[in-house]
Ligand binder design. Structure first.
Ligand code: ATP
Length: 585
């Protein structure tokens, strides 16, 4: 994409956010202009003091005192205005960052699961945290510094030309030198900056992955190896950052050096001009002041190219995320039918990747209140079939119908209220037990939550926790056993009361006590609703009204446990091979 197109995309993203703070930003720009004017008037004031009241036959001490007081007053005013301007800018910048972050999170939450299949948590975190920070730099660095730099440069040139045209023109000869140094080093810097960003992003992604998979890392004794990898990533990041710093230091020192060169030349040529009476001493003094201030803006302006470039890249990435359309969308004006809990799959096929179907022409009807177990080898397509009922993904062909209506024609919130899910890997959030069960919805009375827990058989272990229902759970509930986490998610189902429940049964063997409690819980939650269980236990399939056997994305057998065993087909072979967990020991 060309830089111009990139900038347009970036601008389109930023403009609406800028508009909210336009009054504040306009005030900042006025303050920047005032501060520059004060700053540049100071050398002129000293020149006036020298030429009018100091290097004259009758020096005027009182006037000099007032000039000095004026100089100090201007410095104080400039200090106060700069302070106020910086605070205003920081506020506007951070407030814009906050709005963008909130919008990003809101948008990301709406995206379909396929998006999360394709984007790592690390890259999404970098997008929400770092890219937005780069936008802050656009407001707090690029805008004020570019304005300040350009204005200073123009005004310094104007003041210099007013003071003495030949000396001013000599000074301007130094501009190309500074520009060449600045632009060539900046080019290197911008490449390095991109490298730093991608290395930082890789480091964050690595960290995020390791935090989520810490148990696996530890069980396979991979700590040392992961540590080495992390160290390598940080070393790469360090190298790039040090290189950037070196170039920055070089650039600043070279600019200083050219400034000194300018001052030396001024003292030499200007000094001779003063001796010959061509210019006054005050003019020479003012020139020294302006030359010192002259190269700073050039340096600052070229520096802003980098800030601009990184903000463009960041806002492009933010724009791309915000423009990402959720694949799963609801039809305008969609209405939910009256809910009974009937589910029908009509010639349903699904391919996550084109040309690679994982479900093939599934034909199945489940009655309201029926309990159906889905059995099959790993990868047979059981979870994929459930993903279609919840509309985490949409069918590639055919139709999934709930209560007479294609799921794609349901309002999404109604569909998700109707279909509940208990996953094998229970998701818990940082918060209390009670809040996790009612999903932080304060309007659900505590008594209803407790009632659900009692029915499920979760209350005894909850009451054993340090603060009972108010015990804070650590991230992902890692202080609870997997059986206890499952019980909490069953309680959640009872509280939210979906008409259709999908249950992905735990594959791990549990002790007989927990097994019995969980079986009773499954029995309890299945009352009055349609139950679809990805079954891994013999005790569960035996309880089901019907069992659907899947193999390579196709239904190969249906029937109840005894019928299927008698048939001595695929189910029987699965059973014989021990794929279903027997009674716990
Ligand atoms: N999000 C996804 N993107 C791409 N392919 C996927 C995705 N989820 C599952 N698959 C593929 O679809 C096929 C069916 O997977 P699915 O998870 O439905 O099987 P399953 O029967 O539930 O297996 P298990 O019992 O091991 O969970 C597998 O080949 C899997 O690799």
């Amino acid at each position: 994409m060309s830089t111009q197109l990139q900038s347009q995309g970036a601008l389109r993203t930023l403009l609406p956010y800028m508009r909210i703070y336009r009054a504040r930003l306009a005030l900042v720009l006025c303050l920047v202009i005032t501060v520059v004017l004060i700053d540049l008037a100071q050398p002129y004031l000293v020149k006036e003091a020298i030429d009018r009241y100091l290097v004259v036959p009758n020096p005027n001490a009182e006037a000099i005192f007032w000039m000095a007081a004026g100089y100090l007053g201007m410095s104080l005013l400039s200090f106060g205005l700069t302070y106020y301007q910086d605070i205003l800018l920081q506020y506007a910048g951070q407030a814009i960052v906050r709005s963008i972050r909130v919008d990003l999170f809101k948008h990301i939450q709406k995206l379909s699961l396929r998006y999360f299949d394709q984007h790592s948590a690390g890259s999404i975190i970098t997008n929400v945290v770092n890219d937005t920070e780069s936008i802050n730099n656009f407001f707090t660095q690029f805008l004020p510094n570019t304005l300040r730099g350009c204005l200073s440069l123009i005004l310094i040139m104007f003041f210099m030309l007013r003071l003495d045209i030949p000396i001013a023109l000599y000074c301007f000869l130094l501009i190309p030198i500074v520009l060449i140094i600045s632009l060539s080093l900046r080019r290197i810097l911008s490449k390095t900056y991109r490298e730093i960003r991608s290395r930082l992003s890789a480091t964050i992604a690595f960290l995020a992955e390791n935090l989520t998979g810490m148990a696996i890392v530890q069980i396979f004794n991979q700590e040392a190896k992961q540590q080495r990898k992390f160290d390598e990533k940080n070393k790469a990041l360090l190298d790039a950052t040090i290189f950037e710093n070196r170039i920055n230091v070089l650039l600043n020192n070279l600019t200083e050096l050219v400034g000194d060169l300018g001052v030396a030349a001024l003292v030499w040529f200007g000094g001779r001009a003063v001796i010959h009476g061509a210019v006054s001493f005050g003019v020479l003094y003012a020139f020294v002041g302006y030359v010192r201030r002259f190269f700073q803006p050039i340096n600052i302006i070229t520096q802003q190219f980098n800030v601009l470039q990184s903000s463009i890249v960041a806002s492009e990435r933010i724009a791309r995320t915000l423009q990402e359309q959720p694949e799963i969308r609801e039809l305008p004006g969609a209405l939910a039918p009256s809910v009974h809990g009937r589910v029908r799959f009509e010639q349903v096929s699904l391919a996550y990747r084109p040309g690679h179907p994982v479900l093939n022409k599934i034909q199945l009807a489940i009655q309201a209140g029926e309990r159906v177990g889905f059995v099959g080898a790993s990868g047979a397509g059981k979870s994929s079939l459930m993903n279609l009922v919840t509309r985490f993904y949409d069918v590639t062909a055919g139709v999934v119908v709930i209560d007479g209506k294609d799921v794609r024609e349901w309002p999404l919130d109604a569909l998700r209220q109707t279909v509940g899910i208990v996953q094998q890997d229970v998701t818990l959030f940082s918060g209390t037990i009670i809040d996790n069960i009612r999903f932080f919805r304060e309007e659900i009375p505590a008594e209803r939550v407790k009632e659900a827990c009692r029915l499920i058989g979760a209350e005894p272990f909850i009451l054993k926790q340090p603060k009972g229902y108010d015990t804070m759970l650590s991230e992902r509930g890692s202080t609870l056993s997997s059986g206890e986490r499952q019980l909490l998610s069953f309680a959640r189902v009872l509280v939210f009361d979906p008409k259709i429940l999908i249950l992905d049964e735990a594959t791990a063997s549990l002790d007989s006590n927990t097994e019995a409690v969980l079986q009773a819980a499954i029995h309890r939650v299945s009352q009055g609703r349609t139950l679809m269980v990805i079954a891994h236990r013999l005790s569960t399939v035996q309880e089901m009204d019907a069992i659907v056997v899947l193999d390579q994305g196709k239904i190969v057998e249906t029937g109840n446990h005894h019928e299927l065993l008698q048939r001595q087909g695929y189910y029987w072979r699965l059973h014989q091979s021990g794929i279903l967990l027997e009674e716990a020991v």
